[in-house]
Design a protein around this ligand. Structure first.
Ligand SMILES: [Fe+2]
Ligand SMILES: [Fe+2]
Length: 427
């Protein structure tokens, strides 16, 4: 089934993405917000009162989907249900906490990495109910892979998330993007499992780093940067001491900050492009990055750029694609970035865009549909004219056919003003 058919067959709600800062009290919530414990915080259809909006802001939510009649047939898809995403994120958070506890008991993190390796010993980590914990993560991996293998749609990876839960949401996002890439490369399921688990745990080594350093708004000093650079090896040392069936997930953690040109850390491995036979068979132990680690690196960068961080706002989806295309070659595997561009839209459904070149230059509207074969040229509906006034009759535009037309996504805080939307509704 094509994405177009999928979108058109599920006409239920009207919504588009709006910055929480810009939502006028009284607007209707378009999509249920799931809280950190996995239960709904606020259900779709709720009227967003000033108190609700204040509460969402204080919990770190930056955007919500609202309904107000502007885009009645626009239904953004979720790649993985919010429920599954939240459950896995919750389990990851538990695993990190358990591992941190063992580390704290042994005083790990004070000395060098070699000290830490000695303190950890060669035994399996005495994590409370470690087998049950890993069984749960393997079950999560199966569910994630099954959902992604069954899905035939391409959707933005934007979920309604709070930055307070960054590390765990990030881990799930990296696993989702990693599995999507592996699926596209026709990777066997056993290898997808190693990839997904490695992605979920890739930043486990950060459990020893002070949260204040991880969230530091400014540049890191030399000592802080040295500490940050230890997390891939620390992650490797920890994962290989968990009851994990293969060494590959530990290597995803070890190698996820390596670069194609050998200038990454911690070991300065080089990239192994092209992808080819490495999809099914490759050996650990060379100076080359493993393919699943190269996938992890691409997914890690995508997820990091897509998230709000204390030191910068999230990049828009089109800016992420541009940035990653610039990184392809020296930093990221070129083939994998090309594959990613076929999977994630630069202009996701439900997003506000501005026409930056061609006949409709300066007009603003909402992405209403995607074309699977050409994700960078979506279907859009223009609502606001180049003069900033609401158009009496919105313009439906297939941007594949509009000559010289270029687009950019609006930042959440740039959405057209609420006054303009009111004018439109009255018209
Ligand atoms: Fe990392
Ligand atoms: Fe990461």
């Amino acid at each position: 089934m094509s994405l177009t058919a999928n979108v058109h067959q599920s006409i239920e709600v009207a919504m588009y993405q709006q910055s929480v800062e810009r939502v006028t009290p009284g607007a209707v919530l378009g999509r249920t917000i799931i809280g950190p414990d996995g239960t709904p915080l606020l259900r779709a259809g709720a009227v967003l009162s000033a108190a609700y909006l204040r509460s969402l802001r204080s919990r770190g939510y930056k955007t919500v989907y609202v309904r107000d009649g502007l885009a009645d047939d626009v239904v953004p898809d979720d790649l993985v249900s919010q429920r599954v995403r939240t459950t896995i994120s919750d389990h990851i958070s538990g695993a990190f906490a358990q591992v941190a506890l063992v580390a704290c008991e042994r005083g790990i993190g004070q000395g060098t990495m070699d000290d830490a390796e000695r303190q950890l010993g060669q035994e399996t980590l005495p994590v409370d109910d470690g087998d049950a914990l890993m069984a749960q993560l393997y079950a999560d991996v199966e569910q994630l892979i099954t959902e992604l293998l069954e899905s035939d749609t391409v959707a933005g990876l934007e979920s309604l998330r709070s930055h307070n839960e960054y590390t765990f949401q990030h881990s799930v996002d990296v696993a989702i993007i990693g599995v999507l890439l592996g699926k596209q490369l026709r990777m066997p399921r056993t290898r997808l499992r190693d990839l997904a688990l490695g992605c979920l745990l890739h930043d486990l080594g950060k459990v020893y780093i002070d949260q204040a350093i991880l969230d530091k708004p400014g540049a890191l000093d030399e000592a802080e940067f040295e500490l940050i650079q230890q997390h891939p090896r620390m992650g490797f040392e920890l994962i290989r001491r968990l009851p994990v069936a293969s060494m590959l997930p530990a290597h995803v953690a070890y190698q996820h900050h390596e670069r194609q040109n050998g200038r990454g850390y911690p070991r300065g491995l080089i990239g192994g492009s092209p992808v080819g036979a490495r999809v099914v068979d490759e050996q650990i132990g060379s100076r080359q990055m493993l393919l699943i680690a190269e996938i992890g690196a691409v997914a890690d960068v995508y997820s990091a750029l897509a998230a709000d961080r204390p030191y910068r706002s999230a990049l828009t989806p089109d800016a992420i694609i541009t940035t990653m295309s610039e990184m392809a070659g020296p930093h990221l595997n070129r083939d994998l970035v090309r594959t990613l561009r076929q999977l994630v839209p630069a202009f996701p459904v439900g997003r506000w865009i501005e026409v930056t070149g061609g006949e409709f230059r300066g007009c603003r509207g909402i992405v209403t549909d995607l074309h699977l074969a050409d994700l960078e040229h979506p279907q859009v509906r223009l609502h606001i004219g180049a003069d900033g006034e609401a158009l009496r009759d919105p313009v439906e535009l297939d941007t594949r056919r509009a000559h010289d037309l270029t687009l950019r996504c609006l930042q959440a805080h740039e959405s057209p003003t609420d006054e303009q939307m009111v004018v439109l509704e009255i018209a």
